[in-house]
Design a binder for this molecule. Structure first.
Ligand SMILES: [Cu+2]
Length: 277
């Protein structure tokens, strides 16, 4: 009950203050109450579901239950209602409080099931990224782009502050993806359960050792998108952030070239050394 009132208050406050989604990069803001601004079609639907399906229903139910309580307290107060009723059953009320909640749940499911399937069914992907969790950092592989691999470690506090990046969210290497591409993300872990989460993308996927979980996103605008491991995984759980940089296709191609060049050059050197022997 208090939760519902609190949520309704939060919605009202965030609507009035326009606090949600004013950030430049997609990251939490001080005093933020709403969700992060959406950057993918799935997140747009999630925000709609939250703002226009769930919150109105929660608000109406909360106000209705509160009104019932106030009415009962006022009308059936012992001073006003000397001889209380003794009945224990009322068939029509019982039918109503069974059928009305069922109808509300069916209404919610009409919106939530299509969204669940939209999240779950991966459209034809333009590229695949593999996100591998280890205690306590993420590493990434790009199987479609010459097996680029990178390890994203927490950017130390001093470095983050000097580069004006958000400490605890920024990493030394970003996951780089092109804008508008359907990216399939395969998530797994080398040790314990972690969770790959980017709030602005509407993604939260568990990384489970010995199992490959799949999800997808299609970033609709360029920028930095931050997230954090979201499954309690040990002492440095708070220190394994996720930083996704969405860039234009040209910039992405450039990035791929520099990454693959840095993969190839050491191999070529060893090749030359072997040939020289
Ligand atoms: Cu964790």
């Amino acid at each position: 009950m208090m939760n519902r009132i609190f949520s309704a208050l939060i919605l009202a406050c965030s609507a009035v203050a326009g606090l949600s989604g004013t950030a430049m990069a997609a990251q939490p803001e001080p005093w933020q109450l709403g969700l992060q601004e959406s950057a993918t079609p799935v997140m747009t639907d999630l925000v709609f579901m939250h703002d226009w399906v769930l919150m109105p229903i929660i608000t109406i139910i909360t106000i209705f239950v509160l009104a019932l309580l106030v009415w009962v307290m006022f009308q059936y107060h012992s001073g006003r209602n000397k001889t209380p009723a003794k009945f224990t059953h009322n068939l029509s009320v019982e039918i109503a409080w069974t059928l009305i909640p069922v109808a509300i749940l069916v209404l919610i499911s009409a919106f939530s099931f299509p969204l669940l399937y939209k999240q779950d069914r991966i459209p034809e992907a333009d590229m695949t990224i593999k996100a591998i969790a280890s205690s306590w950092f993420w590493s990434y592989e790009y199987p479609d782009h010459g097996d680029i691999s990178l390890t994203a470690l927490l950017l130390p506090e001093e470095e983050a502050r000097s580069e004006n990046k958000p400490w605890l969210l920024a990493t030394d290497e970003n996951v780089v993806v092109p804008v508008g591409a359907v990216v399939r993300v395969q998530v797994t872990s080398t040790d314990v359960i972690h969770s790959w989460t980017v709030p602005a993308f509407g993604i939260k996927m568990d990384a489970i050792p010995g199992r490959l979980n799949e999800t997808w996103f299609k970033a609709e605008r360029e920028g930095m998108f931050y997230g954090q491991c979201s499954e309690l995984c040990g002492k440095d759980h708070a220190y394994m952030p996720i930083a996704v940089e969405v860039v234009s296709q040209e910039k992405f191609d450039e990035w791929v070239n520099t990454q693959t060049a840095s993969i190839e050059s050491p191999v070529q050197e060893t090749d030359l050394a072997l040939r020289a022997e």
